[in-house]
Design a binder for this molecule. Structure first.
Ligand code: AMP
Length: 584
């Protein structure tokens, strides 16, 4: 166990002694940081242009070119059979080139530029370049299938899409349904077809200098689609001002110091991979590791060992998968370079915290946030005692509370809706073309997270569950409606209701209840065919692992399938009086 970290078993708390930690934390005292916090605490860390504008990508990368960080390695990329490194200067120049490519093809500021790529250097370069150009950059998880892509790129009316030769066939299937899409830029050794451009050739045709666009703080910067209970995924829009919160939380929560080798395992198709895989860490001047390969527990330990990772930010399902391999695997590698571990995305069970303390010598620090919040809101800090199982305390300057359905605060210990007082810099600025949806997030002066939680007498927040039907599988947020819509497109499926079923490893797995069209038998082959159908159309991670065929599904008076009843039945819980269920 690390010096300065002590297990206090009687009340299940991990006690910190700051003076004995491997490194003095950037935030030494939580209460003191809260007391002295102001908007200026954020602002003094960030470089604004003389006219009061800023650019998040400039802050992440280019501002370091005036310092010794210029020639430091910013990115270490690990591929299947090669590795590449980029200094801050190289990242700045490559992303400038990408901005120049957009300019060359007449793309306008504010147009949507989408990236559908695996974790390759081009993804990071085009993200930064798009932001420098003043485009609205959208990312797409590489597991998405054609329907999921169309729901996002089509809705955003993107004019540019960057993809790889392997992923492009999924675009080809839906290309004619995306009339706004003008340019498809394909990476790698690729001979472009009609209406396509070669990434490499385009990058070689332009120079490495670019006048980074000055963006008013609340102008659109990037967008991500996220799922709610109903309807198609919604486009969450973030601004350049996000960088204030992302920089400071990376510094105070992930405790990034300039000499850190930092590894965020998240894919930039999700918000963590952007805020803490690109903007926040580079703004803090670290060397960042990107492992472009598929998850493999042994490879992960090897990455830490080989690259001497010091700060590691990952997710509970991955931690549980590594735990499943047993401590022997962890012991095979030298993990002594690690000094801070953090986790996000789904509930982190206390066993995982105790496991890492015992087997890695450090506890995982859970933290909570969402696509919409643009940065971490509640966290366990390097200098603060941990209550394993708790998400920790609100970041300095953030007011969090548990509220009732009218937005009134509930007393300590009571479960309710987790709410945050708006005003922090990285809160989304809009939902793409859906003001009504945006407004639904706010109640009585609070931003409502959609999660249920409670707060204890010491101010620690404890996650209880989603307030809606949204599913969290392996840390991926999945909307049941998307899956249900895809299911009923299969010729054999008449009706579908989808729920998250608790799962020890993945948090939840997706379970579908269906009725079949006349003439179909519920054979194993048919179930496999339905699973494949969803995997291909929607996403590799969003298919139902379990399908149950029923003669009929429970419905409201107006005919909507009642997922809550399906879930209660699955869990063997009392369904209650269904006649009182609201018809919503
Ligand atoms: P996303 O917007 O995809 O990042 O998903 C956000 C959702 O993930 C939250 O609304 C929570 O339901 C869940 N989540 C994120 N972090 C945590 C955490 N530390 N503990 C429990 N649930 C979490």
């Amino acid at each position: 166990m690390e010096d300065g970290v002590e297990e206090k078993t009687e009340d299940k708390i991990i006690v910190k002694d700051v003076s004995k930690l491997k490194k003095e934390p950037n935030m030494k005292d939580y209460d003191e940081a809260c007391a002295s916090f102001s908007e200026d605490t954020y602002k003094k860390e960030i470089e604004f242009f003389d006219d009061g504008t800023l650019n998040a990508a400039y802050n992440a990368v280019d501002r370091h070119l005036k310092t010794p960080l210029k020639d430091k390695t910013a990115l270490v990329w690990i591929g299947d059979d090669s590795e590449k490194t980029f200094t801050y200067k190289e990242l700045a120049e490559e992303s400038n080139r990408f901005a120049n490519v957009l300019a060359k093809h007449g793309v306008q500021r504010g147009e949507r530029v989408f990236l559908f790529l695996p974790r390759v250097p081009e993804l990071y370069i085009s993200f930064l370049g798009g932001m420098k150009f003043g485009a609205v950059v959208g990312t797409l998880f590489a597991a998405f299938g054609p329907s999921a892509i169309l729901d996002r790129v089509g809705n955003a009316e993107a004019s540019v899409l960057v993809t790889s030769p392997e992923l492009k066939p999924r675009i080809d299937e839906i290309r004619d349904q995306m009339p706004a899409l003008k340019h498809i830029i394909v990476t790698g050794d690729y001979e472009p077809g009609d209406g396509e451009l070669s990434f490499d050739k385009e990058m070689a045709s332009v120079g490495p200098d670019f006048d980074i666009v000055h963006m008013p703080p609340k102008e659109r910067a990037y967008m991500l689609y996220t799922s709610g209970t109903t309807g198609k995924p919604k486009g969450v829009i973030h601004s350049h001002y996000d960088i204030l919160h992302q920089h400071l939380t990376a510094k105070w929560i992930l405790d990034l110091h300039e000499d850190d080798v930092y590894w965020c395992t998240a894919d930039p198709g999700w918000v963590t991979g952007i805020a803490y895989g690109i903007l926040g860490p580079w703004s803090n001047g670290v060397t960042s590791i990107v492992d472009g390969r598929r998850f493999d527990p042994e490879n992960w330990y090897k990455v830490i060992h080989d690259h001497k990772v010091s700060v590691w930010y990952t997710a509970p399902t991955a931690i549980r998968m590594m735990m499943r391999e047993g401590p022997e695997l962890a012991k095979k590698y030298d993990l002594s370079s690690l000094r801070f571990l953090a986790s996000v995305g789904e509930p982190l069970n206390p066993e995982a915290v105790w496991w890492s303390l015992e087997n890695i010598g450090l506890p995982f620090h859970d933290n909570f946030w969402q696509t919409e919040t643009g940065g971490i809101l509640i966290a366990n800090y390097a200098s603060m005692d941990i209550k394993p199982g708790s998400m920790g305390k609100p970041f300095p300057g953030i007011t969090a509370a548990i509220v009732d359905k009218d937005g009134n605060e509930k007393p300590v210990g009571k479960a309710g809706d987790l709410a945050i007082r708006p005003g922090w810099p990285s809160l989304m600025i809009e939902i793409w073309k859906n003001k009504e949806k945006f407004d639904e997030y706010f109640r009585n002066g609070w931003y409502i997270t959609g999660d249920k939680a409670r707060v204890d007498e010491d101010g620690y927040f404890w996650f209880i569950g989603r307030a809606d039907d949204v599913i969290n599988t392996s840390g991926h947020r999945v909307g049941p409606f998307e899956i249900e819509s895809a299911l009923i497109e299969h010729p054999a499926v008449a009706e579908a209701g989808v729920i998250g079923k608790p799962d020890e490893l993945r948090g939840e797995i997706i379970k579908a209840f269906i009725t079949l069209q006349k003439g179909y038998d519920p054979s194993d082959d048919l179930m496999e065919d339905i699973k494949k159908f969803i995997k291909k159309r929607l996403a590799g991670h969003a298919y139902p692992k379990e399908i149950e065929v029923r003669d009929s599904l429970p419905k409201t008076r107006s005919g909507k399938i009642m997922r809550r009843v399906l879930k209660a039945q699955e869990l063997g819980e009392d369904i209650g009086d269904t006649s009182t269920l609201e018809d919503d």
